[in-house]
Design a protein around this ligand. Structure first.
Ligand SMILES: [Zn+2]
Length: 220
């Protein structure tokens, strides 16, 4: 049946549902001020074998996306043929989404340019250490007696470089990392959990920057 199956075997209804969910989540993040300009992108895994993700299109206001503003990409972040938006170029960052989906087993990935990530990466370039905070439970860690490190990796326009820097710094558990002078990635089993992880890590990054030795709170 014409139009029933698109994007390499992915049902049109599944792609539309993914697009709706991505647009709704993007609007929430835009409302938080974490996707300023046209920055940031979100993705969900559509299939694992072969790996296919639905990624928000680049260059559009993330507060105004519709269910059709989505591109299907492969394991290298390349747009696959035979999809509703074959002419829309996916963000270059789609390649990193695909690497995170493959390496961390993430089913939904959030990338935002929130200021808290840029500040935390500035103050803690070797990784953000956190401990004895109740909110650590929100990313599956203990609230006491455990140091959790959120990796910080150098920025690059080459997604393979960022991925190669993140993978050896990652403990296999923390569902997020910071890209210095750029933003953050967080992920989860679905978009809701990925959002919760993003919110919690943003809270933790803000706390760490505000309470850093010699920082704004300590200096007053
Ligand atoms: Zn970015």
């Amino acid at each position: 049946m014409t139009g029933l199956v698109q994007a390499g075997g992915i049902p049109r209804s599944a792609l539309e549902a993914a697009g709706r969910a991505l647009a709704a989540e993007s609007a929430r993040f835009a409302g938080m001020g974490w996707m300023r300009g046209t920055s940031g992108n979100l993705s969900v895994v559509l299939t694992r074998d072969p790996l296919r993700l639905a990624v928000t299109v680049s260059g559009l206001d993330k507060g105004e996306l519709t269910s059709g503003d989505v591109v299907v990409v492969d394991e290298r972040g390349r747009a696959v043929p035979d999809q509703p938006n074959p002419d829309l170029p996916p963000s270059a960052e789609a390649a990193l989404h695909a690497r995170i989906a493959a390496h961390a087993g993430a089913d939904a990935i959030v990338h935002v340019h929130c200021m808290a990530a840029v500040l935390a990466g500035h103050w803690y370039p070797d990784g953000l250490p956190l401990r004895d905070l109740e909110m650590l439970k929100g990313i599956g860690r203990k609230a006491h007696d455990e140091t959790v490190t959120i990796p910080v990796v150098p920025n690059s326009q080459d997604m393979d470089e960022i991925a190669a820097a993140w993978e050896p710094r990652w403990d296999g558990q923390v569902p997020a990392f910071i890209v210095a002078r750029h933003g953050m990635y967080a992920w989860g089993r679905d978009l809701t959990q990925a959002r919760h992880h993003t919110e919690i890590v943003e809270f933790l990054m803000t706390f760490a920057s505000e309470t850093r030795p010699g920082g704004s709170v300590g200096a007053r």
